[in-house]
Design a protein around this ligand. Sequence first.
Ligand code: DMJ
Length: 720
Amino acid sequence: MSAYAPDPQNGPIQRHPDNWHSAQARHHPEGPAHSNGIGDKVSGFFGSDRREGLPMYKDKPFSYPGSRKKHPWYKQRRTVAVVLTSFAVISWWFGILSPLSYFTSSDGEMQASVKEKTQTSWFGSKVPAGDWETRAQKVKEAFKTSFNGYEKHAWGYDEFNPVSKNSRQMVPGGMGWIIVDALDTMMLMNLTDELAHSRQWIHQNLTYDQDHDVNTFETTIRMLGGLLSAHYLSTAFPDMYAPLNDGLSDDLYVEKATDLADRLLGAYETSSGVPLASVNLHSMKGIPSHADGGASSTAEATSLQLEMKYLAKLTGEDHYWDKAENVMKVVDDNQARDGLVPIFIYADRGTFRGENIRLGSRGDSYYEYLIKQYLQTSQQEPVYQAMWNETLEGIKKHLITYSSPSNFTVLAERPSGLDHHISPKMDHLTCFMPGTIALATTGGLPLVQAKAQPNWGPQQDEDMRLAEELMNTCWGMYKASPIGLAGEITHFNIYDPPLMYGNFPQGEKPASPASFDTSGLGPEFVGHDDYIIKGGDSHNLQRPETIESLFYMWRITGYEKYRNWGWEMFESFVKWTAVEDGTGYSSLQNVLRVPPTMKDNMESFWLAETLKYFYLLFSPNTILPLTDVVFNTEAHAFPRFQLNKLFSTGWERKPRDVVPEAKQGQEPDVTVNTIIRTEVHMEGEEKTPEPVAGAAAGATPDVLVEGGRDAVIGEEVPVG
Ligand code: DMJ
């Protein structure tokens, strides 16, 4: 019997007293963390040497090292490769042997023999077009291959190198990094064996009471998010997704989640309430970033809210809500011009550091969580809608430009602030935007239904058009490479001076070529002259953002081309990233090279996000309807819920009629004020939330919002 009275949509509210462990007095019935003398295998990811070991999340250094091995020389494949290559060359020179095709490459990197590979035999024969059920099954097979390889070679470890079969921990006892991140994908795919194995491990081995620092954001979105999503799916759909009768508590996930969240809250103990980049899980002390003048990443500080708010809703503990919500107020008090925030923020002062503005690394999920917070609480917190609207207009005004000669829509950067040059560069991370714009425009409704809403108009049509064009651009990143997989960063040729979105009237914005969809890869791609993939940016980390957007675009528009593109992408992943012996999939060093070289790392988001979005794209739309859930930035699904007496918006935006020039040294803008009138709807009340369609409607560059705990819900009244 669950200690948390279950409420499928909104989650249990009452926490059983027996299960309450305060942050100060913790109890771990499972006993100490599994430890294998693996201290030497703890990666530097979270520690002071995190630069070296940091997989490319927000930091994405250009040359992230592959696996590091401490094996005898004869077990090190690079050495073996060099020895064998020398032997082969000498043998060939003397006519004894022909050259080897495995473990040789011009730069001496380890490389699988993918040269002649088409689709590996375990993947099976071609799947007929339109057979989406079989295609979803193929994705499930890819997940099983990946997870079973991990189970066999790296079980319980946080990192897995599928080529070398190496593994490492991020903290001494392990965080369950891969296991916890993958839980809800296993559930959706009905993988009961894998789920049962994972639950036992979580029950017996997982403890977060570890004297080690971890990244606040990554731990929140992956571990806390993974546990909460697993709790949601297993309690709201007890018979649907890999149901288990393993005798373990129904509260296994939420208890771990609560314990972890209590530890993470230490990061928020700063003068402003903006969390520090890292936190020690045992001492619960926040730790500033070792770089960037100690500032936190803006995206990291503002992409914790969906998780903390859902946990607050589940447990009835409002401090999770308050701490996370306060960050939004502090950020917004800076009154960033046109809603575009610099990518660093000081946790002590709560003010921005520098003026670098981008929707790629360190900026991305700030924007994503604005609209998702609005949707999470069933469109009852218009403050987040107002922030999103302001931001989308700011993006159009300052960041949207066009490539030359083919007019792809480019979501560029302003590295020195809005008054300085535009940098036509898109991180793959920015490709969450097409799907997020579509989600914001219809609120998750299918387009045909959204268009029938009274508040649908030209603005919404234009926003959908922008989403479609950006989707083309992101898919183009895959077509620009000869192997059909995008690099980490793409640059674009643009016009001089740049053509900007605002230069064109509504309905007459430039568009990508009609032949875009049917052109080939690499040099045959119609955008070949527009796209530039630089050598240092050409790694592929199995990232999810483009498939994520394809999933949203398919669900919302119903255009089958998005599913077809997704299948094409999946085939490229299978063809080029599958490890030859069938133990998993690896990120790649270089998508410009045929065949590419493997990086020998399987990111946890390959299981949590990339494969999940592939699977959902090919599955029926009735699984987790977009109108019922929000996916966090790691693709973990949470329910939408209603505000109630405990939880409502606890802040309001500062009036925007005085522009804080001093803050960013920026010119004041002409101010257009909009008052958002608000009223609170308590849980159980009849009133249906406004249909979303207005999400991007009537946005103004500056808004004055009157609102807060006692005042919500938006009828917009222009006042000046
Ligand atoms: C994931 O951890 C999340 O999607 C995050 O928002 C960005 N980085 C990775 C995937 O690219």
